[in-house]
Write a protein that binds this ligand. Structure first.
Ligand code: BES
Ligand code: ZN
Ligand code: ZN
Length: 480
């Protein structure tokens, strides 16, 4: 899909469809009124068009007009970055479904250009890599028109493509994406984005003493990997942000086996790593004045004959011992070593991790908010504020020391489960905190939000790509 900014009059445009974002105030641009005539008033009068979020009204204009179809895409009460993202995505989905090749979207404000492009790219993503190619339709051209210059076209395109990279990887079945394949893909994507890349295999992890990470991978025939990607611009200051991701390419639960139903979507248990990879590929292209690295902890959690047994005690990279009482609480194990690696070997000054860490986060926040847990309020605020700019929602949870108590071991320094289901998202985060070396750190639990169980007007079922856009903005806005 080519993206073009066109500032000429509507009558000069060549497109199959022109989409107009419409708020509930129902104010219509003169050009729209001219193109579709009295229909508009009638639609409003009979209550067909109200400007509600996700409402789509399709209008036709006479054959003499260069554009024959107009979509009124409801955005609700306000037209902002969040609502235009969804509306642009919905317009693309609707146009593609109806076989259109050229879609134009009318924008009234320069600030809408970037989120509109991100949304249009989001809407253009189809989870169709495994389908016959003649079943797949796509737009050839997206045109943005109206009173805009399009200065932020490139940043929108870069970020939108990064989100779709994340979604593509998360949607990939685990037979095609194990730790090795994921690491190879991360390396290729990182290099293409101008990043320095290092891939650590099982031997290197052994040498580093990554006993927690290795314990998770040892029940699988496919060995674990750790990937570091780094972006270091000449104009950077002293801060070094490291994005750490949980990359369990499939989570069976290990010997603490999950029920079949719970396993159906567990290929998405690498969504945290895919999120961070997506974010850093965009950062490598956008080049903000900040050092940013990424550490991705990849493993497949399988119940093979060498698998970790409940009750096994392992030594993590930071020297602490962990009794693994439940092999299904594996994300915190790989992240324990990845966080230590980031704090000690990458020299990060700030850590943010993303992980599909707990089922409990869906009990607490459903699929609406990402859980945000942190040892540093200013860092957590950066994430929340970035979410304000994208419409991605992050909700803080408490981190009192008392929540660590049930994670303390009898025979070991720590145990990997608390012994009951209470506050599962928080106890998991308290466990992670023990591996941060007191570095300012924020943890994003995306288990509830990383996967769309049902399609949306602007997205198919599957990976949501949540948090990529916000993390890119955290890096871009760092020194501000
Ligand atoms: N990958 C899961 C978390 C998860 C569960 C994501 C359900 C999406 C839906 C994680 O590895 C896990 O299994 N966590 C356990 C922890 C428990 C054993 C303390 C959980 O949440 O049940
Ligand atoms: Zn698990
Ligand atoms: Zn998991």
């Amino acid at each position: 899909m080519n993206i073009n900014i066109k500032t000429e009059a509507i009558a000069e445009l060549q497109a199959d469809v022109l989409a107009w974002p419409i708020t509930s105030e129902l104010q219509f641009a003169d050009e729209l009124k001219r193109a579709v005539g009295d229909q508009l008033d009638e639609l409003v009068q009979i209550g067909e068009t109200k400007g509600r979020a996700a409402e789509l009204t399709i209008l036709h204009s006479p054959p003499a007009e260069s554009i024959r179809r107009h979509y009124l895409v409801g955005v609700g009460d306000v037209l902002d970055a969040n609502s235009i993202f969804k509306a642009a995505g919905q317009a693309v989905c609707a146009a593609v479904k109806r076989g259109a090749k050229r879609l134009a979207i009318h924008l009234s404000d320069e600030a809408l250009v970037r989120p509109a492009i991100e949304g249009a790219l989001y809407g253009s993503y189809q989870n169709a890599a495994y389908k016959k190619s003649d079943d797949v339709r796509a737009l050839d051209e997206l045109i943005l028109c109206g009173s805009i210059t399009g200065a932020s076209e490139q940043s929108g395109e870069i970020t939108g493509q990064a989100v779709n990279l994340t979604r593509e990887l998360v949607n990939m079945p685990a037979n095609d994406l194990g730790p090795q394949e994921f690491a190879e893909r991360a390396e290729a994507e990182g290099k293409a984005a101008g990043l320095e890349v290092e891939v650590l295999d099982e031997d290197s992890l052994q040498k580093l003493g990554a006993g927690a990470h290795l314990a998770v991978g040892q029940g699988s025939a496919r060995a674990p990997r750790l990937v570091r990607l780094s972006f270091a611009p000449d104009n950077a200051g002293d801060d070094h942000l490291c994005l750490v991701g949980k990359g369990i390419t499939f989570d069976t639960g290990g010997l603490s086996l999950k029920p079949a139903k719970s396993m159906e979507t567990m290929k998405y248990d690498m969504a945290g790593a895919a999120t961070m990879l997506g974010a850093i590929t965009a950062i490598g292209r956008l080049r903000p004045p900040l050092r940013v690295s990424c550490v991705l902890a990849m493993a497949e959690n399988m119940p093979g004959s060498r698998a970790t047994r409940p009750g096994d005690i392992v030594r993590a990279m930071n020297g602490q011992t962990i009794e693994i009482l439940n092999t299904d609480a594996e994300g915190r194990l790989v992240l324990a070593d990845a966080l230590t690696y980031a704090a000690r070997h990458v020299d990060a000054t700030h850590l943010i991790d993303a992980a599909t860490l707990t089922g409990a986060v869906s009990v607490a926040l459903g699929n609406i908010h990402v859980a945000l847990l942190s040892n540093n309020k200013p860092l957590a605020d950066r994430v929340r504020d970035a979410g304000q700019a994208t419409g991605e929602r992050f909700w803080p949870l408490p981190m009192d020391e008392d929540y660590l108590t049930p994670m303390r071991g009898e025979q070991s320094d720590l145990r990997n489960i608390s012994g009951n289901r209470n506050a599962g998202t928080i106890t998991a985060a308290k466990f992670l905190e023990q591996f941060t070396d007191d570095t300012p750190w924020a943890h994003l639990d995306i288990a509830g939000t990383g996967w769309l169980e049902k399609p949306l007007p602007h997205a198919p079922r599957g990976a949501s790509g949540v948090a990529v856009r916000s993390l890119v903005r955290v890096a871009e806005g760092w020194s501000a």
